[in-house]
Design a binder for this molecule. Sequence first.
Ligand code: WTA
Length: 646
Amino acid sequence: MSEQGSSQGNQYPPDPELSKTANARPEMKEQGLEEFWDEQAKQRIDWFEPYETVLDWQLPYAKWFVGGKLNACYNCVDRHVEGGKGDKVALHVVPDDGSDSADAHDITYAQLQRQVVKFANGLKKLGVGKGDAVGIYMQMIPDAVVAMLACARIGAPHTVVFGGFSGKAVDERCTDFGAKVLITQDEALRGGKAGAQKKNADDGLSADTTIEKIVVVKRTGGDVPMTDGRDVYYDDLVADLDDDPSSCPCEPMDAEDLLFLLYTSGSTGKPKGVVHTTGGYLTGVTTTTNLVFDVKDDSVYWCAADIGWITGHSYITYGPLANGLTSVLYEGVPGYPDKDVWWKIIEKYGVTILYTSPTAIRSHMKWGEQYAQSRDLSSIKILGSVGEPINPEAWEWYRKYVGGGSAPIMDTWWQTETGHILITPLPGITTLKPGMAQQPFPGVKPEIRDDEGNALGLNQPGNLVLTQPWPGMMRGLYKDDERYRDTYWSKYSDAYFAGDGAKYDDDGDIMLMGRIDDVTNVSGHRISTFEVESALVEHELVAEAAVAARRDPDTGQAIVAFVSLVGENQGDDELKQTLREHVATQIGKLARPAELIFAHDLPKTRSGKIMRRLLKNIAEGEELGDTTTLVDPSVVEVMQKQVNPT
Ligand code: WTA
């Protein structure tokens, strides 16, 4: 756990002008839970049929807006067109090679509607209907957003698998969900290079896969393997299909009907299928987008996340589009083709809101402020941060060089499981403190508790819990009630256990302090140590593996793997490289260990338990304390020498 901001540091009171015009009002925090959300749901969402009950809370399962009928796609697209905003730009599509390429184009809400209708008709042609699961394995191209909305339109729940994950990860998730159709693209274009996408999906298909059809959107036009009868190019699928909205009306969905599953890493076992439903989720993301980022009709919004993560679901697709915003959708990576590409995009489109991760900010910081300074960023009004605690230095840099020294930064804490932002400052209300998420969103009731369940006071680190439900909260883990209860509701019987450490500062502001379980956070991406260990032991030369995380100045945390090999094998640099690549192909590049350490055994107690605390200390290069309970203390020395070779 790293110490973040402190009440002794700088504080930035809200600009009085912003306080006057901000969407968020201080009185909202005084409203009752149901009163607040009822008002938001009525004001921000179009319901085909009104709900009867705001909240039905039977711990640990919540139902929100019970009896209401709505459609997420209707709220994100059709209602804006019907309301006369068809010509408004929904997406500024910025391709991999930056803003000036010929591939750059705008999609208006009316165009988006037609694209979604066509896609939805394509899915229907393949036999997909209400309640049928669909997998999506794509990069940051507009078709990915269109595909998600097309699923929502016909009531087919999607599961998006991050485009950088392996095909095996895709197959596991889609098969768990029972998806028969997978939507992917021919190739991925990232940092100027075309990489495999469709082929990865093919390579990962298992003998018992549920996937029967693969729809391939052309991005590069590259030559990719196509299996007759199973694979179809999107263009061919929809060639003779209608794009008139009346040809595919939005399916009325129950508020509690499944909108999507998103798989995320837990501390043990296979990835968890986090269940999100329609009415509560949409109300939660629409409201938080509006109030946290203080969006206006002329806002130009850019969330630089990936649709493969929850941030992309909530704050690229559903939240901004439900608010009828104009957004930037960027395919590329920071730093390509030039280190100023982000700032060029902000300048070109007049971006007013930027939402990104501390890791991205730290990359820009490392390259130097001259890139940001070479562009006109004066359009920026609000900044956001998500994914991991932001260190105060990065926060100050972000405000100074991207926010013109005055833009407020919303450090937003939330999770795949929470669906939307829960702890965050609010524009025009909160006096900001660098490095802290600070305050609960209206209706959210956090507490910090010790292991025995006592509520802690100021400056006492403990476990973050939430004692009241919120609309976008997960409705369980897919087909795994027991795991849902065990993971989130067993540590404390009356509250949601988030898995994060936190404390209140002197003023009662909340400071997040990192995960307290075996989930690492590399560049804001959740990776479980368990998954990396499982991948390593699948290799024939690996006897045992244990994984710890160490602090990293760029990526927040970095994965360090400790490996003992079979037989007399000592391991060498080549094998290290092989094993790192092995993890990358099994899970995805982001899980590739930064460091791999060989030893003849892992540090174990006499009862055979791996001492994980020690591994963490070794990875961090820290003092080890007592090692006398180990069966073989020499293991530790062997490991330490590799971490600190001097
Ligand atoms: C961490 C991402 C500190 C936290 C939306 C959480 C943060 C996990 C913050 C969820 C923040 C996210 N400050 N920590 N502002 N935002 N986290 O599911 O450990 O990918 O539990 O959702 O990221 O990661 P997930």
